[in-house]
Design a protein around this ligand. Structure first.
Ligand code: GLU
Length: 488
């Protein structure tokens, strides 16, 4: 049997990292088993769903490396793939369930239901529908509905017995039916509810495995009972552990960014995000922390997902971002960093493209020092400043001014350096400069601090001789001359 998995986001917000992990696991298992991955948009909450969110979710999925076989835009044999376009189907199923008696019309109005809930709460009971309309004769219910009386459609949950959920992650979970309310399938305004749509769609779309967040486990008995009422076999379920913040509570904005987009905007490599999110509940084995999308596809099985909350550690995430960044080729790094450099206003895309080789050299000097693409612009801004107006960091300037003979030394050094700049042999000049300092019985900072301030305006950073190579002979000279005036 072909496996069919789906990711079913509600476009009521940006892609949450928990949602991204759910999507990755479903996608990976579909790919691993040679099955089909379906994208279904659950947009029945019309007030909160937007096209912008839907596009952002799709964009986030693509960014992580996922593709889908059926879905909005591309279609497929079980479309449409947006729930708001499937209402006729829900109506048909609701009618079928009413006719078979598996569902019933409920005419209780909200005032009555509110009063009921309040009474039950006051008595210390769990609020539940009391079944007033459960045993209305079908003819009477049809007559009242035809007369225009508003109603909801409720699912008739068996009073006895229990519903067994065989969960691939949580194991066997038993829900006494007495604890499952006669839940509403269709609201008074005719709109279908989540549990109802999901079963209609998962059955129609022939979904074989449902991997989703643990918060949906309590919905599962309702869905299983509905599958049974329709005479259908439910899919296999796997409920994924909640992602917890380092305070042990559900991950929130306070303990870490929760939207995938935040990580993208902050310059996390997509592959690092994929890897880190998968580690929240799954691992390639006991020890491997770094794995690729291919590894995930080759090995992912929902049975191996760990039960119980996984703690999300932002520090480890940052470390992992750096690991991935350093594994990229300079070409890849250039592609990934360029948008950040452009956004910071340092150069245009065209300018970077024209100086591609130079930009790669810049990256070669910086890549050991950054963990995120977004850290680059601030570190290399000095390269894009005018030579006579390099921004001096106050600390760099203070360091430079500590040295009495700085101006004369810069002058002598420039004389010495000029013939060695073109062509510049970085390693040779570095060694020769050390000798230059030693011969004059100076300490290294006496030259290097004013020189660093002159060339970069910074107190630390890249190797000075790499910086010389990046600036080129004329700019090095101009910067040193400017410093001789500015640091006097
Ligand atoms: N639209 C639901 C959500 O975003 C999907 C739940 C499910 O996978 O059944 O939580």
């Amino acid at each position: 049997m072909t496996t069919r998995l789906r990711y079913a986001p509600s476009p009521t917000g940006f892609l949450h990292i928990g949602g991204a992990r759910t999507a990755l696991f479903n996608w990976a298992y579909a790919r691993r088993t040679g099955g089909v991955f379906v994208l279904r948009i659950e947009d029945t909450d019309r007030a909160r769903s937007t096209d912008e969110y839907e596009e952002a979710i799709l964009e986030g999925m693509r960014w992580l490396g996922m593709d889908w076989d059926e879905g909005p835009g591309i279609g497929g044999p079980f479309g449409p793939y947006r729930q708001t376009e499937r209402f006729d189907r829900y109506e048909r199923v609701a009618a079928e369930l009413l006719a078979s008696g598996a569902a019933y019309r409920c005419f209780c109005d909200s005032a009555r239901l509110d009063a009921l809930r309040t009474r039950q709460r006051e008595a210390g009971e769990t609020p539940a529908y009391d079944g007033t309309c459960r045993d209305l004769a079908l003819e009477e219910a049809e007559r009242r509905a035809a007369a225009g009386e508003p109603f909801t459609v409720r699912f008739r949950v068996p009073k006895d017995g229990e519903t067994l959920v065989q969960d691939l992650v949580c194991g066997e979970v038993r829900f006494p039916n007495a604890d499952v309310d006669d839940w509403i399938m269709v609201r008074t305004d005719g709109t279908p509810t989540y549990n109802f749509c999901v079963v209609c769609d998962d059955s129609h779309m022939r979904i074989t495995h449902v991997l989703r967040g643990e918060e949906h486990l309590t919905n599962t008995p309702k869905q299983v009972l509905l599958f049974e009422a329709l005479g259908l076999e439910p899919p296999a379920f796997a409920h994924l552990p909640l992602m917890l913040g380092n305070d042990g509570k559900k991950l929130s904005k306070r303990t870490g960014d929760t939207s995938l987009q935040d990580y993208r905007d902050k310059g996390y490599p997509a592959a690092a995000v994929m890897n880190f999110l998968c580690l929240q509940g799954w691992g390639l084995d006991e020890t491997t922390t770094i794995f690729s999308l291919d590894d995930l596809v080759r090995h992912f099985d929902p049975k191996d997902v760990r039960k119980g909350g996984s703690v999300f550690d932002p520090k480890k995430f940052l470390w992992m971002a750096g690991e991935y960044l350093r594994r990229e080729s300079l070409e890849e790094l250039a592609t990934h960093c360029a948008p950040f450099v452009v956004a910071a206003g340092l150069a245009t895309e065209e300018e970077l493209a024209e100086r591609a080789e130079w930009f790669r050299a810049v990256l070669a000097t910086e890549r050991e020092r950054i963990q995120l693409y977004s850290e680059l612009p601030a570190r290399i801004a000095y390269l894009f400043q005018d030579d006579d107006a390099v921004v001096y960091d106050p600390k760099a300037e203070k360091n430079a001014r500590k040295h009495e003979g700085r101006i004369e030394l810069l002058e002598t050094y420039l004389e010495w350096l000029r013939p060695r700049l073109d062509p510049l042999d970085v390693d040779a000049v570095r060694e020769a400069t050390k000798a230059f300092v030693a011969e004059r019985e100076l300490r290294f900072p006496a030259l290097f601090q004013p020189l660093r301030c002159a060339l970069m305006g910074a107190a630390g950073g890249a190797d000075l001789f790499d910086v010389m190579a990046l600036l080129g002979p004329e700019r090095v000279e101009r910067r040193i001359r400017a410093a001789m005036e500015r640091l006097a």
